[in-house]
Design a protein around this ligand. Structure first.
Ligand code: F6R
Length: 612
């Protein structure tokens, strides 16, 4: 949450910062600002709301320069406002900082600095740091930030990625990082700092991801990095592989729609990469030996939101195919519950962004208990990938729409592949059976396209039910998580209250909600629990609920009862959640449009939840 960017080079800094901030807008979009050295003086511009508001301000109050820092905010301390927007400045207006994270002891620092005469202008935790830098400079009688950053690091508690611009040193941008992501990007004669590599492609050709407690500064051509003991660090740069084309909306109106429609091609790529010879799954990047995996007796999955729903499906795959007892925890609960996890427990962390703070904390918890950690991540340069013992690349490509879509189906298929991989190690699923499953998986992209070609049917559902106050989603077994995911998608982007339930639980309370105004989305493909779902649908019908059913083609029972029916092609039980979720993604998207909501940037949310 919050995106930061810094630039030094020969280009006009405004445009570089604005492009970077637009790319980082998924991390927060309640206010934005930049600080630039313009003719030797520090200039700050900030505005409430999205980056386009800041762009408009810069037209009226332009700044010029070749060095600057920028920030797009998701408020933690202090309401979203122009005043609380970053960058924040010291009393003398010579130093500006942008921060992503939370400073836990900011109140204590603030109180002490106010006693020393510092003038605080905002309610943010970040402002404490810039005044602390100023105070330390005064105490040490220096104008150089390198003389004071180590003692500031000693005094602050919490998580941060910080970039600092100082009028006293107009050819450098300083940085410090602990717990929140920050990386360096390099091109000939220009240097960048950013929360995420998406902010600096295609310009940056090489990059380095900072480690916790590293700090230092960049100049146009150089970087200087120091570790927690203030010793110089030699960094190794990696080539930037991401291309700008992956970050464009193409011909789509929104990233979310583009990402929904990308799913068949992503699956083609995944299938090609993961299908090995003789019924074997290929995980070339996964550095956990068969010896270690063969000894695993228990699996704990930790993840959040949509990735937690993927974990719930993953549990079914791992128990069904690999016969390993599996528990699934919300990361925010796992980290505080004193879990029973020992050496032979494998902890799986699932995270699209690879930066979710709670999931990262779960990994630390697991490692403290000597468990091996395998993460499923869509960003292989992320903190979660680097802090795990091994990772599996979800291969979905950058996901920019705040509501996760393509990453979810990529998580599901990779969890299935991993369950098959484990079952191969344990000699549980015979080669012929695995090859049969591979054959079924190969048919998925075409089946996904078939569903996407019928999006108009879902548009009709959205039109008809856009004014509903509540939506209910019902599913069983493999599609219970689909019900949870369908409800989450709808509520997060259309702001309609929605809940997902296991069909069997419905009679234990939630059925009381049903009347003729409530649409109930029943996910009822032909699986082993089909008849049970039919009974649930009858119960809803008897109470006059409106039934919107997702069924398998050729179903002749449910269309007789339901008000609306959407057919998906036949797939075996275990593949149904990969298809049934697609009409629900479309339902959320089109309902948001019908209600004039902005699907890519829903209110109050940010894509990457890097604070607790
Ligand atoms: C919902 C959504 C969130 C994320 C959750 C975890 O559409 O995107 O619920 O799934 O914040 O994020 P990751 O997977 O990045 O750890």
């Amino acid at each position: 949450m919050c995106g930061i960017v810094g630039y030094i080079g020969n280009k006009s800094v405004n445009s570089v910062l604005i492009v970077g901030l637009i790319r980082l807008e998924y991390r927060g979009y309640d206010s934005a600002g930049i600080a630039v050295i313009d003719n030797g003086e520090l200039e700050v511009r900030k505005e409430k709301g999205k980056i386009k508001n800041l762009e408009n301000l810069l037209k009226i109050q332009p700044v010029e320069g070749n060095i600057g820092i920028g920030h797009t905010r998701w408020a933690t301390h202090g309401e979203p406002s122009k005043l609380n927007a970053h960058p924040h400045i010291d009393c003398n207006q010579k130093i500006a900082i942008c921060h992503n994270g939370i400073i836990e002891n900011h109140l204590h620092i603030r109180t002490e600095l106010i006693k020393k005469g510092h003038l605080f202008r905002t309610e943010t935790d970040t402002e404490a740091i810039v005044h602390l830098l100023e105070q330390e400079m005064k105490r040490k009688n220096t104008k150089l930030l390198k003389d004071v950053i180590p003692s500031v690091i000693e005094q602050i508690e919490g998580k941060y990625a910080i970039v600092i611009l100082s009028e006293y040193e107009p050819d450098k941008i300083y940085f410090m990082k602990d717990g929140s992501p920050l990386l360096y990007g390099k091109n000939t004669e220009e240097s960048y700092l950013a929360s995420d590599i998406v902010a600096i492609v295609p310009q940056a050709k090489e990059y380095y991801v900072f480690k916790d407690k590293e700090w230092g500064w960049i100049t146009k051509k150089e970087i200087y990095v120091f570790n927690r003991n203030n010793e110089p660090v030699t960094i190794e740069l990696e080539k930037v592989k991401l291309q700008a084309i992956h970050l464009d909306k193409g011909n789509y109106e929104h990233y979310m729609l583009k990402e929904i429609y990308e799913q068949p091609d992503i699956f083609r790529k995944i299938i090609e990469a993961r299908t090995g010879e003789k019924g074997k799954v290929r995980f070339d990047e996964m550095k956990l030996s068969n010896d270690i995996l063969g000894r695993i007796t228990r699996i704990l999955i930790t993840s959040a939101g949509t990735s937690w729903h993927a974990g719930l499906v993953g549990k079914l795959y791992l128990e069904q195919f690999a016969r390993v007892a599996t528990e699934v925890d919300l990361s925010s609960e796992f980290r505080y519950r004193n879990p029973i996890a020992e050496g032979d427990t494998l902890v799986i962390a699932i995270s699209q962004s690879g930066e979710t703070a709670d999931t990262l904390a779960g990994i630390h918890e697991a490692k403290a208990r000597f468990c091996k950690v395998l993460s499923f991540v869509n960003r292989t340069e992320s903190t979660i990938a680097r802090e795990s013992d091994a990772y599996i690349d979800l291969m979905a490509g950058p996901e920019i729409g705040v509501a996760s879509t393509k990453a979810y189906t990529s998580e599901l298929i990779h969890l299935l592949y991993f369950a098959l991989y484990l079952s191969g190690i344990k000699w549980l699923t015979p080669r012929e059976e695995r090859e049969e499953i591979f054959n079924e998986i190969r048919k998925l992209p075409a089946k996904m396209e078939y569903i996407l070609n019928k999006a108009d049917q879902i548009k009709e559902w959205a039109k008809r039910f856009k004014d509903s106050k509540d939506f209910i989603f019902l599913g069983r077994q493999y599609n219970h998580p689909t019900a949870l995911e369908g409800a989450l998608k709808l509520k997060e982007i259309s702001y309609i209250h929605a809940s997902g339930y296991a069909g069997g639980e419905f009679k234990h309370g939630p059925i009381a909600l049903i009347d003729e105004t409530v649409p109930v989305v029943c996910i009822a493909p032909k699986t082993s629990v089909y008849e049970k779902m039919v009974s649930n649908i009858q119960e809803v019908k008897a109470r006059k609920g409106k039934i919107l059913a997702i069924v398998t083609e050729g179903d002749d029972q449910i269309p007789e009862i339901a008000d609306y029916v959407f057919e998906i092609p036949y797939v075996p039980d275990y593949l149904t959640p990969i298809l049934t979720v697609i009409p629900l993604q479309l339902l959320a998207y089109y309902t948001a449009l019908e209600r004039n909501c902005e699907p890519d940037q829903p209110r109050n949310l940010a894509k990457s939840v890097t604070v607790e």
